[in-house]
Design a protein around this ligand. Structure first.
Ligand SMILES: [Fe+2]
Length: 408
């Protein structure tokens, strides 16, 4: 009798052990309107759970929180690029896309029989206040895990990462996966909700880092295979992307010559800034710092192009501020004002990389704030003002700046 009980208990435990685990790289992102859509995606393959049978996908139950009935969707599954194992991808990417969701609502979902996960769609209006978090140049270091945890524990609506995400250089699939395992571990608010990831492109997403003379867009996308496998839904068109949250916030995400030459984005920038004149909060983000800190102003031509062509357009517009990255420290500068007013440039990307020493003689006199540290920006939007608090290791406040709405 006792023996049967032991066997029964053992079988029960085995059963519980098999009750699915949450996919280790599960993360959320947006490919469309953040108020009404959401995309969840995760990798399967060695170390990440069995790949679904070809054409079958995985069952995902989901519902709006509080609804009595579950709905059932099936994930799609595609091969995940494996550039160092040409022809034999070891991992697959599973994805579920939700459309027609309600704004500002909580949803729960469950992949197969794994524990329930939840998320919130963007609200239609700003309400009392709304937080998002921002940074660049991450990798999967201890510093990155600490800084991204710190940011997500502020319960941001999303995290915007302005390039140099995993440092896989579009080649190292193991390193790419390591980042998404880390992001999955950290991307929860204090109530457990998953925090969506808003991707920007940097040189370390791309084999060779930069657009090559004569290359087509298709050629270049092949050189950034992980970025486009994961985020090709958002970056469907060639060039930059605008992400609009209701009528209160827009992010303009540009590419400093990694896939698309910068010259081909300037008209887009001008038009898209003009089209958002009535939007109170507009942030423009790109990877290569236009006011470098670890390099001189003209060490990379992208810095000079952004200073001469993009900054004046933004100065002429009512955009709130700019996010820059790539130079691996915390530097806030005000632009030169050639377009009629000065705009704040919050840089220069240092979530998890080793912070560099600032040596740029041109930028140093322009600095409003500086720290040779890892940092994340916590941006709190209110109806009439925005506060950006820059946090360093262990949550130490490195900088704080406030912006007001310009008269529209
Ligand atoms: Fe970079």
């Amino acid at each position: 009798m006792n023996r049967s009980l032991v066997i029964f208990g053992f079988l029960l435990l085995c059963g519980l052990g098999q009750a699915g685990e949450v996919p280790k790289t599960l993360h959320l992102t947006w490919e469309g309107d953040p108020c009404t859509t959401m995309t969840a995606q995760w990798l399967r393959g060695p170390g990440l759970g069995d790949r679904p049978e070809k054409g079958k996908g995985e069952e995902v139950r989901w519902k709006k929180a509080g609804d009595p009935m579950w709905q059932v969707a099936r994930s799609t599954s595609t091969e995940f690029p494996d550039p160092q194992k040409m022809g034999m991808p070891r991992w697959s990417l599973s994805r579920v896309r939700w459309k027609g969701l309600e704004a500002g609502q909580e949803y729960v979902f469950q992949v197969e029989d794994s524990p329930e996960q939840s998320f919130r769609t963007a609200p239609l209006d700003i309400g009392e206040e709304l937080i998002f978090a921002e940074g660049g140049d991450s990798d999967s270091t201890r510093a990155a895990e600490e800084m991204l945890t710190l940011a997500c524990q502020k319960n941001p609506l999303f995290f915007s990462l302005g390039g140099d995400i995993s440092y896989s250089d579009g080649k190292d699939v193991a390193r790419e996966i390591r980042f998404w395992e880390m992001w999955h571990r950290v991307a929860h608010g204090t109530d457990g909700k998953l925090i969506p990831f808003v991707p920007g492109i940097g040189n370390h997403e791309v084999q060779g880092g930069y657009w090559q003379e004569g290359a087509t867009s298709a050629d270049m996308k092949k050189r950034a295979p992980f970025f486009f496998a994961l985020f090709g839904g958002l970056y469907q068109k060639d060039g930059p992307v605008a992400l609009d949250f209701g009528d209160y916030l827009s992010l303009l995400l540009l590419d400093t010559g990694h896939i698309t030459p910068m010259e081909r984005q300037t008209d887009w920038l001008e038009k898209n800034l003009a089209a958002r004149k009535s939007v109170p909060w507009v942030f423009v983000s790109w990877h290569i710092a236009c006011y470098p800190s670890a390099r001189t102003w003209n060490q990379q031509p992208m810095s000079g192009y952004a200073r001469s062509q993009w900054i004046p357009l933004i100065e002429k517009s009512d955009a709130t501020a700019i996010f820059n990255h790539h130079d691996h420290d915390m530097q806030r500068v005000e632009s030169e004002g050639k377009g009629g007013r000065k705009v704040m440039v919050l840089g220069n990307g240092s979530i998890g990389v080793e912070p560099r020493e600032a040596v740029c003689k041109e930028s140093i006199p322009m600095r409003k704030a500086y720290a040779q540290e890892n940092y994340v920006n916590i941006v709190t939007l209110r109806k009439k003002s925005v506060e950006v608090v820059t946090l360093g290791r262990k949550g130490r406040e490195l900088d704080r700046v406030e912006f007001s709405t310009r008269s529209k």
